[in-house]
Design a binder for this molecule. Structure first.
Ligand code: PLP
Length: 407
């Protein structure tokens, strides 16, 4: 008799976005005349940069010729893309990352979800609350947690992010092995300073822990004093893996391209205390289970680093940041406390009531969909997340409706 992986049965039954979809479709069925503006799910809405589209087309045409055809590529990604990433995303910011430390993939979701499998099953994990749910659920699936009681899994060290700590978690009180951090943060939109990040790097060194740093939203950091990569902090190469994505940077959510940086000096230990290269472990895992991102998609991603690509990506990011500034201004004017939205596409708003109550209020009174903070963890209760990924017209319309409904 084939048995299931019973750790899956510990997962909380419903997924946040399907709950939202159910409420929205119930509302739409009851009020077919009302149009709904979705500022909920964090998917981009603008077209791909033309530099990427042109490179994409050209690469597809290459595939139509014997000379330009590409079959299986290197699992870790083509050199043209890894070189461009190392130079533009890291070396130009003083972070010494070499191309062979970069693993190109089809998404930061897969990488942040899969990375845990190269570490021991009994590793103690520290996870922020609220959090991008992938980090938590993949550890539940792998059996690193106990049951879920009152919204929290046994065995997880939760890093509370609340107004009191500016949504930047304090260092754990007891030693942990794997630490998930995400900045600019999803869902709170907060950013971290170099000094704050340095404290985490120092902690990881002292405890021989590893930081899994999700920088999927780094492109939204416009404040030059803030780090865009954890490797801008001295010593981070010894203790951190960084996840990046072209999804939010360049509108690749439907095109799929991302990368993970695993520095060569990063070590983890076996039960006998022997050190192992994490780079070698991840390389083994990646090559065994992944066959590379398609050549045209990698060509499209490399175009992000061309002069036109850089200008167009900046245009996209600025467009969404302008939306975020409008949302911030309008919600603050209505008297709500909020964070995020200045170096991030997300605005985290204290709704002064239950998250789902506030969600229902915005849906029924203003026809606007947000994301209830409670769906990201128990510290998210009382908050909602509004996303700036939409057209300027929709953001302005949504804010006018909210103003009218809540004033
Ligand atoms: N990491 C964070 C924090 C995210 O919010 C998301 C997507 O919303 C991802 C990773 C997924 O990125 P990708 O599209 O590259 O899978």
């Amino acid at each position: 008799m084939i048995r299931i992986n019973e750790h899956y049965t510990k997962l909380k039954a419903s997924y946040l976005f399907s709950d939202i979809a159910k409420r929205v479709s119930a509302f739409q069925e009851a009020h077919p005349e009302k149009d709904v503006i979705k500022l909920g799910i964090g998917d981009v809405t603008r077209a791909l940069p033309t530099a990427c589209v042109e490179a994409f087309h050209k690469a597809v045409d290459d595939m139509a010729t014997e000379a330009g055809f590409h079959g299986y590529g290197p699992e870790q990604g083509y050199a043209f893309l890894r070189d461009a990433i190392a130079e533009n995303d890291f070396k130009s910011r003083g972070a010494d990352i070499s191309p062979d430390e970069i693993f190109v993939s089809d998404g930061a979701k897969c990488d942040t979800g899969n990375i845990q499998e190269i570490f021991s099953g009994d590793a103690t994990i520290a996870i922020p609350d609220p959090v991008y749910p992938v980090y938590l659920d993949t550890n539940v699936m792998a059996g690193r947690t106990g049951a879920n009681n009152d919204g929290r899994y046994e065995g997880v060290v939760y890093l509370d992010c609340r107004e009191e700590n500016g949504f930047i978690p304090a260092l754990p009180e007891k030693p942990v092995d794997l630490i998930y951090l995400c900045f600019p943060n999803n869902p709170t939109g907060t950013t971290i300073t170099k000094a704050q990040l340095k404290a985490w790097v120092d902690y990881a060194k002292e405890n021989r822990a590893i930081i899994l740093y999700d920088a999927a939203y780094e492109a939204f950091v416009t404040d030059e004093s803030l780090p865009r990569s954890i490797y801008e902090v001295e010593g981070a190469k010894e203790v951190a893996i960084e996840f990046r994505s072209f999804s939010k940077t360049a509108g690749f959510t439907g095109t799929r391209c991302a990368f993970t940086v695993v520095p060569k000096e990063l070590k983890a230990w076996d039960a006998d205390g022997n050190a192992h290269s994490v780079h070698a472990l991840w390389n083994r895992r990646h090559c065994t289970k992944f066959n590379g991102v398609s050549y045209p998609v990698q060509k499209a991603a490399a175009a992000v680093y061309s002069e036109e690509g850089k200008a167009q990506v900046k245009g996209l990011v600025d467009y969404y940041l302008n939306n975020a500034a409008i949302i911030r201004k309008e919600m603050a004017a209505l008297g709500y406390e909020l964070v995020g939205g200045d170096n991030s596409p997300y605005i985290w708003i204290n709704g002064k009531c239950d998250s789902w109550e506030f969600f229902d209020l915005l849906l029924t009174k203003a026809g606007v969909v947000c994301t209830p903070g409670a769906g990201f963890g128990s510290c998210g209760n009382g908050f909602i997340r509004i996303s700036a990924f939409n057209s300027l017209e929709n953001v302005e319309k949504a804010m006018a409706r909210i103003r009218e409904a809540l004033n």
